[in-house]
Design a protein around this ligand. Structure first.
Ligand code: BES
Ligand code: MN
Length: 452
């Protein structure tokens, strides 16, 4: 099947040749608002899966759309030449909701280029991640020396609820020696990264009730507790004075050896002047190896609709990021126990799990890692990848680790410090995207003969 091995120079030319078509295909994908969240139109996620399947099929792979009760994933396969390894290429085609469209400088679902960046929801996270697989396969064509399985899931941004079942159902088809996950970030423009750990996540909704119904705040306030004040007091117990998580039973991972500068994080996050950091330890550890707790939303009367009445019931969505090594089931129990124990004034409380995913630690010592490092270094003109932790979550990594314990896993991606994934004005750096594509083509080209 292999016609001949391509040289690095030939692959560079082949990838460059593919970039304009890839750009057009990426733009078409961005125009499909495939959002797996329940309140969005899932016909768009189906349409997105069909578009992805057409691209994967176009690379000469046997392609099918699969589901296991959730949103559709795409599987494409091309068998390995005799004796060659098989590489699984993962990405996700669903995207985050756009949020308040008024905060975008252009339509989130109409891609536009400004200053070398392509703007649009999913332009980076993770439609460019899946296009990197397509470009690498197109560039290699029939010279592809390994077997490949492309797996593009359709509900990563909504917690990958049916992923474990999909991997179980299609286990034999997905079996591979190396799994390349392009859903993470690079260190900086011009500086690539390999992700070595990701935090896990547990979201929950706490509901507090103090009254059967709202009553006059003057007649009863002072002796009768309102649910919103009770909730606020409860939420205030989640952190200590220093801003560290105060919930017992959440683990802390191994300290990071890499440092992240406070100024960089302040600028990237867009912290308002005068706002201080929370927590203790290095900034890298606070973001990558320690747990965090945030309140993401509250249901209570809005200021406009509030009268002089005691609030009978209030709810908060609380999100925990879990240190590498922690367990989401144990972490949810710890969080629920804390909320129940600290709920003030005998108020009634219920805590419901609202999705989660396990953290992961990635072993970067396997034989395919040297090939990966050298491919990345070549694509970035001699700059070696930095090994980073990531504060965000890709539940798929631990799901793949559990289903395929013998496979090596490489986690890379197209995001950079200016991507603004999940926020308004998400964008992709087109120059860095071309390097990601080249690195992947070089990796696939070299994977038949690992140098590690
Ligand atoms: N691509 C991100 C993960 C990520 C974030 C990698 C930052 C590198 C830097 C991924 O698509 C994501 O956002 N995942 C969700 C998972 C959740 C819904 C279970 C997240 O972290 O919120
Ligand atoms: Mn992603």
């Amino acid at each position: 099947m292999t016609t001949k091995d391509l040289t690095e120079a030939e692959l560079r030319t082949a990838v460059e040749r593919e970039m304009s078509r890839a750009r057009a295909d990426l733009e078409d994908l961005v125009r499909i608002p495939g959002i797996a969240f329940p309140e969005f139109d899932h016909a768009e996620v189906d349409r997105s899966a069909e578009a992805v399947a057409a691209l994967v099929h176009g690379c000469g792979l046997d392609t099918q759309i699969v589901r296991a009760g959730g949103r559709p994933a795409v599987i494409g396969r091309r068998p390995a030449p005799p004796g060659a390894p098989t590489v699984l290429l993962y990405a996700h085609h669903d995207v985050q909701p756009p949020g308040d469209e008024a905060l975008w400088d252009s339509d989130p679902f109409e891609p536009v280029e400004r200053d070398g960046r392509l703007y649009g929801r999913g332009a980076a996270d993770d439609k460019a991640g899946l296009m990197a697989h397509v470009v690498a396969l197109r560039a290699l064509g029939d010279a592809l020396p390994v077997g490949v399985v492309v797996f593009v899931e359709g509900e990563e941004e909504y917690g990958s609820a049916s992923l474990a079942e999909l991997l179980r159902l299609h286990h034999d088809k997905l079996r591979s020696d190396l799994i390349v996950i392009t859903d993470s970030a690079n260190w900086d423009i011009g500086v690539p990264a390999l992700t070595t750990s990701l935090r896990g996540i547990v979201n929950c909704v706490a509901e507090i009730r103090t009254l059967h119904a709202a009553v006059h705040s003057g007649m009863f306030g002072g002796a009768v507790p309102d649910a919103l004040t009770a909730l606020v007091r409860l939420l205030a117990t989640l952190h200590d004075e220093a801003g560290d998580v105060a919930v017992e039973g959440l683990e802390t991972g191994r300290e990071s050896t890499l440092e992240l500068s406070a100024d960089r994080v302040r600028a990237e996050a867009g912290m308002v002047d005068g706002v201080r950091f929370t927590g203790t330890g290095s900034i890298a550890d606070r973001l990558w190896t320690k747990p965090s707790l945030s309140v993401l939303g509250i249901d209570a009367p809005s200021v406009l609709e509030s009268g002089n009445a005691l609030v009978p019931v209030a709810r908060a969505k609380i999100s925990a990021r879990l240190a590498p090594g922690d367990d989401p089931v144990k972490a949810f129990a710890a969080l629920r126990d804390h909320l129940e124990a600290y709920c003030p004034w005998g108020a009634a409380i219920s805590v419901d799990l609202d999705g989660g995913g396990a953290p992961c630690v990635i072993d970067t010592t396997g034989p395919h890692y040297e090939t990966t490092r050298s491919a990345i270094r070549a694509a970035w003109d001699g700059v070696a990848p930095v090994e980073i932790g990531v504060g965000g979550s890709i539940p798929a990594v631990s799901t793949f680790q559990a289903e395929f314990p013998d496979a090596e896993i490489v986690v890379t991606g197209v995001e950079d410090p200016h991507t603004r994934a999940h926020g308004p004005n998400e964008s992709l750096h087109l120059g860095e995207f071309a390097r990601v594509c080249l690195a992947e083509a070089l990796l696939l080209n070299g994977a038949a003969r690992p140098i590690g």
